[in-house]
Design a protein around this ligand. Structure first.
Ligand SMILES: NC(=O)c1ccc[n+]([C@@H]2O[C@H](COP(=O)([O-])OP(=O)(O)OC[C@H]3O[C@@H](n4cnc5c(N)ncnc54)[C@H](OP(=O)(O)O)[C@@H]3O)[C@@H](O)[C@H]2O)c1
Length: 341
């Protein structure tokens, strides 16, 4: 097994001063891989030198990941403090008292005493069952409501005060929603996990988060080529097939995946690529320790943003909404189109 010394992996600094490796591992097996397969990959990745793992209760594999981490720590002599284990509270656990229960379950499943990171997975409690169809709609769904979200956030803050979580963050937050929540925080989010890859760069949100000291974590950093058909639309961008990505990959003699990762790290956000295959996850980590992009390559990749997101999240729409665009506050204000509540 290849070992990449975690000391050689560059770090990003969180606003609290804590450090995280510039690349982490995603753990969403989707409907392609079993929890056991994802667990085996997490163990392999930890033994190969990964130190950041992006988990979530909604991925339905935290018990397997807990077993994998325990076994990797024992076999590899990895001290707990070297790991940064992050998870997320799912949409059906935003209610009063529920966040604590959700966190306790995740801690138990992951076999941990504390989490390094914990995020609110989506900024509303709109629930959809795992693996549901593209046109599934929950009649109880509604837009982002600041007071309701802050009740959830207060519980996140409480988890830090209780010592159960070290750093809290958000996910799928727009600038409009962040602007609304930040002045009300006792403890500010230290990261915002959103879709980011060369084909969808979200430059305004990135700049805003940088100014606010919030680290961006990029999900689907390779464009999630193997996502389920229900999440694919004909005009979606195929990031690893974009000509500029392919050409730069050829110049470096590597797979286009590694160019997407190098670009993210050079830009200053943390990619969390997923793979269960050892050759892939090892190369996804190793690539940030060698052969960086040239300035010209970085500039070229920065110019290929299409502004088109892959993960539209249409399952979270509320009754009366016009389309998935309403979830993303495209006009810079919290979008409640069609909401009669
Ligand atoms: N916060 C959120 O709402 C949210 C939403 C979505 C995802 N996420 C997180 O982000 C993570 C990553 O997103 P993702 O899994 O959808 O997409 P991704 O990382 O962009 O793409 C994953 C796919 O890329 C391929 N791949 C990985 N490394 C490769 C390499 N070195 N060479 C060639 N192909 C490679 C793999 O395909 P093969 O399996 O065919 O090799 C893998 O299935 C998730 O696992 C999850 O942790 C978070």
């Amino acid at each position: 097994m290849t070992f990449i010394d975690p000391k050689l992996v560059p770090k990003f600094k969180l606003s609290s001063g804590a450090e995280v490796p510039v690349v982490g591992m995603g753990t969403f097996g989707n409907d392609r891989f079993t929890p056991e397969q994802v667990g085996a990959a997490v163990k392999g990745a930890a033994l190969a030198g990964y130190r950041f793992f992006d988990c979530a209760a909604a991925y339905q594999n935290e018990p397997d990941i807990g077993e994998a981490l325990a076994s990797a720590m024992a076999e590899g002599g990895i001290p707990r403090e070297e790991l940064f284990i992050s998870s997320k509270v799912w949409n059906d656990m935003h209610g009063r008292g529920d966040v604590l229960i959700a966190c306790a379950k995740t801690l138990k499943d992951l076999r941990l005493d504390y989490l390094d990171g914990y995020m609110v997975h989506w900024p509303f409690p709109n629930y959809h069952p795992p693996g549901c169809a593209r046109d599934y709609r929950n009649p109880n769904s509604h837009p982002f409501l600041l007071d309701e979200f802050m009740e959830t956030w207060r519980q996140m803050e409480r988890l830090v005060e209780l010592g159960l979580v070290k750093h809290i963050g958000v996910s799928n937050m727009t600038e409009a929603k962040l602007r609304a929540m930040l002045p009300l925080c006792r403890i500010r989010p230290e990261f915002n996990e959103v879709e980011l890859h060369p084909g969808f760069q979200q430059p305004e949100l990135f700049d805003f988060c940088q100014r606010e000291g919030i680290l961006m974590i990029g999900f689907c950093p390779l464009g999630s080529p193997t996502r389920p058909a229900r999440d694919k639309l004909p005009d979606d961008v195929n990031v690893m097939e974009m000509p500029e990505v392919v050409e730069i990959a050829r110049a470096h003699g590597v797979h286009p995946a590694l160019i997407c990762i190098k670009w993210a790290v050079r830009r200053g956000h943390m990619p969390i690529p997923f793979s269960i295959y050892e050759n892939e996850y090892v190369s996804n980590l190793r690539c940030v320790t060698e052969d960086p992009l040239t300035d010209a390559e970085f500039e070229t990749l920065t110019r290929i943003d299409t502004g088109r997101r892959i993960i539209k999240a249409q399952n979270f729409l509320w009754p009366g909404a016009a389309g998935w665009e309403n979830l993303w506050d495209l006009n810079g204000e919290i979008d409640c189109t069609g909401w009669k509540g």
